[in-house]
Design a protein around this ligand. Structure first.
Ligand SMILES: [Fe+2]
Ligand SMILES: [Fe+2]
Length: 476
């Protein structure tokens, strides 16, 4: 009896082909290496552009939940770009040509989303692009030979897992934020995006290809990155520098438990780091992809640190919006420094965290506080910062020279930014009201203790402190 792909049996019916496919699936010819590379390059282009869009829109996006989600998704896209680059380089294709735009229609498609004038339009564009990319990858998975092309299949399987998360978030974000009125504001734009995509034969170029649209909508004027950070309405009084968290944290006479609140404040305040790092990534062109991947990883870690602060406050029943979380740092670095100066300042701060009084100290306070979540938060925060110091060594120092020189440069850039405590007060931007007693009282209620009068009376401000606000122990 002759054997067919359907009747063939493995030894004692063990799963066939190392678990990747059936014989029927693996016996179809599938795609050539050349055809695979052509499609993978298009997926690569899509992830590069999505990474760019998410990163560019972090700083000026006011809604915190979107700012943190964009930080997350930018990092995921950066990882998939890296994986695709590596895979394409394995396919008899030097990684050359990865910077080529596969079709002008695709370029316009992503340019339009990048330049979307409002959060709503940006979300609509993203929520159109990501499912299209996912469908294109699904077609690839159906067409390619799962055995001959197993390494690509593996990379794409991971990509689709995370695309599914992004699609889910996007659908929920659209449902929460976009109503009929928002949709009516830009009639025809989603259709225009579809036209751009159709001209490119879709993301993968399988459909008929034609000339791209001759006119643009939002990207008719080239996109300008907005480096001024913005926050939503929960972030009141953003110039307030009334409570010097570091001075409290390092005051040996203060107890550990309230110090956890200052650490949570410092963590949440770290949302200024993604706002600032996005500007470095956006305004530094021509680096190897590893630079963008690593910087995006660090950016995402800093967004996580902010969310750790948020979770910490919520778990203690504290309304964090009663704290005043300044955007002074990201605002000033983004508007007063060049990208390399910003990177220098970041590196300088993070080096300060590696000392005994840095992240180790915060972790020890967390341990002593008897608030288990804080100990976990500081443990991982510390580990992340060790990684960031390594990333700085890899990407920042070689741009300046030696370690010492690079550190001194960071210190100089920093010193140039003088305290604006008085200036923002005189300009009427803030009255530096002391928000500490409110936050402390809320936590005491949860802890079931009476506020300690000395702790309650804490009123050391950042007046005269360096503008980074972090001269005792930086919080990046
Ligand atoms: Fe960091
Ligand atoms: Fe951090």
């Amino acid at each position: 009896m002759s054997v067919t792909v359907d009747s063939y049996r493995t030894y004692r019916n063990l799963p066939p082909l190392a678990g990747i496919a059936t014989f029927a699936e693996a016996a179809k010819p599938g795609l050539s290496v050349e055809a695979c590379v052509a499609r993978l390059k298009r997926f690569h282009y899509a992830f590069v552009r999505l990474h760019e869009i998410f990163t560019a829109r972090i700083t000026a996006e006011p809604i915190y939940e979107l700012k943190t989600a964009f930080s997350h998704f930018a990092y995921l896209c950066a990882e998939h770009v890296q994986a695709l680059r590596d895979r394409i380089a394995e396919m008899r294709e030097p990684p050359l040509g990865l910077d080529e735009v596969p079709h002008e229609g695709l370029r316009i498609f992503f340019d339009e989303i990048l330049a979307a004038p409002t959060t709503e339009e940006l979300l609509l564009g993203i929520c159109l692009a990501i499912p299209e990319l996912d469908r294109a990858i699904e077609r690839y998975q159906a067409d390619t030979n799962p055995l001959t092309d197993a390494p690509s299949c593996r990379v794409l399987r991971f990509a689709r897992l995370e695309l599914a998360d992004m699609i889910d978030f996007g659908q929920k974000a659209v449902a929460a934020l976009i109503d009929e009125a928002a949709l009516a504001r830009t009639p025809g734009w989603p259709q225009f995006l579809m036209q751009c995509l159709a001209s490119a034969g879709s993301i993968d170029g399988l459909a008929a290809i034609s000339d791209p649209p001759s006119e643009r909508v939002f990207s008719a004027k080239p996109y300008q990155y907005d480096r001024v950070p913005k926050r939503d309405e929960r972030w009141q009084d953003p110039w307030n520098q009334a409570v010097n968290a570091e001075a409290f944290l390092y005051d040996e006479t203060m107890p550990a438990k309230p110090k956890t609140l200052m650490m949570l404040f410092k963590r949440l305040r770290e949302i200024d780091v993604p706002e600032m790092m996005a500007s470095i990534i956006q305004e530094t062109k021509g680096k190897p992809w590893g630079y963008y991947r690593d910087m995006s990883r660090q950016l995402w870690d800093e967004a996580r640190h902010a969310m750790m602060g948020e979770v910490g406050f919520v778990s203690l029943g504290v309304d964090w919006t009663k704290a005043r979380i300044t955007l002074n740092w990201s605002h000033r670095l983004n508007t007063e420094c060049t990208p390399i100066e910003r990177h220098a300042v970041l590196y300088f701060i993070e080096q300060g965290l590696m000392t005994k009084t840095g992240k180790r100290y915060e972790w020890e306070v967390g341990q002593k506080s008897n608030v288990p979540l804080i100990a976990t938060i500081q443990d991982f925060d510390w580990a992340d910062e060790v990684l960031h110091a390594q990333l700085g060594r890899e990407w920042y120092i070689p741009q300046i020279g030696e370690w010492k020189e690079a550190l001194a440069y960071g210190d100089r850039c920093w010193t140039r930014i003088l305290s604006n405590w008085q200036a923002v007060k005189e300009q009427g931007l803030t009255r530096h009201e002391n928000w500490w007693p409110d936050i402390y009282r809320q936590a005491c209620k949860t802890w079931g203790i009476d506020p300690d009068p000395t702790v309650l009376g804490y009123a050391t401000t950042y007046e005269g402190a360096r503008a980074d606000l972090k001269n005792v122990c930086a919080s990046a």
